[in-house]
Design a protein around this ligand. Structure first.
Ligand code: NDP
Length: 310
């Protein structure tokens, strides 16, 4: 079992720098994947209200606690507040709903999933007749007050953000009574996020990189780098798979990573990246193959005043 280093948050809590992603991990497959992950030594699990798999993930966690494989305090569990619960009064009840789904009394990290809001309650992706998203202008500064309440009530150890840009973080830090400890954003070969990582470091905010593999098979057909000759050459040199080279590249940006898989052999493969490192020149050679294309753009929300990407 590899030794997985942790980041220490500004509030003193620790987060393993490697965990399991579960977006698009479907009911019927995610419970077994999470149990197998815990058996293999994964201690950090990432989910969200939006993924609609909190219940199964909770079941897997309960089973592994009951059979003595882990204790609750050995695990680091993240979930996220969805966009149609951004009013201050909705945040605590929604966090409690996630805890009920997970069968837990607290999560380790609760994140605001996106800075923009949708119409409160109802559909997770509420739409007008013409198909446009039904947005709301609830300010994420209001949402943050609810997040702080979740922390004060002990529903979560730490609070953070996801998909926030530098201006939004600056605005949040100017009023936050409890500072965000983490920003979860896309980090992979195409989007290495160097400026945002630097900025967050200065403000004591750790970064978790999502879609670290570039979501192979993504609907937009964006290349992941897995079959790029530079990556293949390095995989031969280090006797690692292309996926392991890319995960190591992302980790070496100074971020935590949460690759998603429900495939047992890949669960093992993806965590086996702590026994080698890429040189500065090799990192730079992978930098060069990036295209700048994001897999998670949420283009439907582009018109919203808090849409985070250019
Ligand atoms: P990833 O980059 O983790 O890619 C997941 C895909 O890669 C799956 O199809 C998986 O297939 C496949 N895969 C996994 N391991 C390998 C491997 N070794 N070789 C080849 N293919 C592999 O994308 P995600 O978008 O899922 O990102 C990871 C996690 O980040 C999410 O699951 C979620 O928890 C989080 N996330 C957060 C977002 C946010 O807005 N905060 C947005 C997007 C993701 P299979 O499962 O079939 O093995």
């Amino acid at each position: 079992m590899p030794e997985i280093p942790s980041f220490t948050f500004s509030n003193g809590y620790k987060m393993p720098t490697f965990g399991l992603g579960t977006y698009q991990s479907r009911p019927g497959e995610v419970e077994a994947a999470v149990m197998e992950a815990i058996n293999l030594g994964y201690r950090h699990i990432d989910t969200a209200f939006f993924y609609q798999n909190e219940k199964e993930i909770g079941q897997a966690v309960q089973t592994k606690i009951k059979d003595g494989t882990v204790k609750r305090e050995d695990l680091f569990i993240t979930t996220k507040l969805w966009n149609n619960f951004h009013k201050e009064s909705s945040v605590v009840p929604t966090c409690k709903k996630s805890l009920e789904n997970l069968g837990l009394s607290y999560v380790d990290l609760y994140l605001v999933h996106w800075p923009f809001a949708f119409q409160e309650g109802g559909d997770l992706l509420p739409r007008k007749e013409n198909g446009d998203l039904l947005m709301s202008d609830t300010d994420y500064l209001e949402t943050w007050k609810g997040m702080e309440e979740c922390a004060r009530l002990g529903l979560t150890r730490s609070i953070g953000i996801s998909n926030f840009n530098q201006d939004q973080i600056t605005r949040l830090l100017s009023v936050a009574e409890i500072k965000p400890v983490n920003n979860q954003v896309e980090v992979n070969v195409n989007v290495n996020q160097k400026p945002l990582i630097e900025f967050c470091k200065k403000h004591n905010i750790t970064i978790t990189g999502y879609s670290p593999l570039g979501q192979p098979g993504n609907k937009a057909g964006i290349p992941t780098g897995l079959d790029n000759p530079v990556v293949i050459e390095l995989s031969k040199k280090y006797n690692k798979t292309p996926a392991q080279i890319i995960l190591r590249y992302v980790l070496q940006q100074g971020v935590a990573i949460i690759p998603k898989t429900v495939t047992p052999s890949r669960l093992k493969e993806n965590m086996n990246i702590f026994d080698f490192s890429l040189t500065n020149e090799e990192m730079a050679s992978i930098d060069k193959i990036g295209t700048g294309q994001r897999v998670a753009r949420f283009g439907d929300a582009r018109g919203h005043k808090y849409y985070p990407f250019d």
